[in-house]
Design a protein around this ligand. Structure first.
Ligand code: NAD
Length: 291
């Protein structure tokens, strides 16, 4: 078997095309979707992510505001900016790029963002709403994975899904979304014994570990849908400097039924779902204003 490779760039382009239309329609009604992005410090990876998010907004007709602070910024200054953005009715989404420097209490910063503008879906109330099956902003990466499964017509209801990783930004919300969609979910992590015993029983296997080539073909059930969330930059070897996922692409593609590549898989869908959440937030604001 050779896996069907899911093209995250193509899906992303089509979803972003629809979002641009939605944004234009809202703008015509006087509510242009607007995302505020806060970056603290000079971490090069964070700077690239922020630049890409702002560029994607512009391309989709979403207004973006960017606020940069130095590495030694006073947390109170950033919290004051968040309070200002919370109160500004023209702003629909607020994103604080993580990680934050050590003087910040990350959880407190995320909690300071208004739940109605928390387009990253990291606020504890949104997390609770997600787990209770209520309307919520879903974290962008796992939300993007769900869209990819849907687009590839991978059945989720009744499937056995195995998620490797239990972080707050990927693993845990991924498990919640799969559960919400009717899967039977196993969450594996660094303390899991006999990992391959679990992964081999997965109809859907999501890898969010942060280790290059961690999932190999012998860990995968024939025909399974394998979603590679990992983004790792290789430090050595002939491919040094290149990006690769948590899945050993060559061995897994021979076994899986469906597989996402890195790059060009889940990555582009993450920013797409951020745009989707921002447009949705603007739609809710327009509805509340009766326009
Ligand atoms: P993290 O370091 O917070 O979490 C990694 C998880 O892997 C942990 O829960 C840990 O328990 C688990 N783990 C570690 N070693 C393990 C082992 N030997 N066996 C089983 N589980 C093990 O990382 P994260 O923030 O969740 O990110 C995971 C990966 O996804 C990274 O490569 C990151 O760059 C990538 N990522 C990609 C996107 C995207 O847009 N595609 C977004 C966020 C993160």
């Amino acid at each position: 078997m050779t896996a069907h490779i899911l093209d995250g760039n193509a899906l992303s382009a089509s979803v972003r095309g629809q979002l641009a239309e939605d944004a234009a329609a809202l703008t015509a009604r006087g509510v242009q979707p607007c995302l505020a992005v806060i970056l603290v410090g000079a971490d090069p990876a964070s700077a690239v992510y922020v630049r890409n998010k702002v560029a994607a907004c512009e391309k989709a007709g979403i207004r973006s505001l960017r606020f940069d602070y130095p590495q030694d910024a006073d947390p109170d200054t950033v919290l004051a900016r968040i309070a200002e953005l919370n109160a500004d009715p023209s702003v629909h989404g607020i994103l604080v790029q993580l990680p934050l420097p050590p003087q910040f209490d990350e959880a407190a910063v995320l909690e300071a963002i208004s739940v109605t503008k928390d387009v990253d879906g990291f606020h504890a109330e949104n997390v609770g709403r997600l787990s209770q099956g209520q309307e919520a902003f879903f974290p962008c990466t796992p939300h993007g994975v769900m869209k990819m499964l849907e687009a590839a017509e991978v059945p989720v209801k009744g499937a056995h899904a195995v998620v490797i990783g239990r972080s707050n930004i990927v693993g845990k919300p991924m498990a919640m979304l799969l559960l919400r969609a009717g899967a039977t979910v196993t969450v594996c992590h660094s303390q899991t014994r006999d990992l391959a015993e679990h992964t081999r029983r997965a109809d859907i296997l999501v890898a969010a570990v942060g280790r290059p080539g961690f999932v190999t073909g012998d860990m995968v059930r024939p025909g399974a849908a394998v979603i590679d969330v990992g983004i790792n930059r290789l430090k050595e070897g002939p491919n040094a400097g290149k990006l690769c996922g948590d899945v050993d692409f060559e061995s897994v593609r021979k076994v899986a039924g469906v597989l996402t590549p890195v790059p060009g898989g889940v990555g582009p869908m993450t920013i797409t779902m951020l745009l989707a959440n921002t447009v949705e937030s603007a739609r809710r604001a327009a509805r509340a204003q009766g326009v």
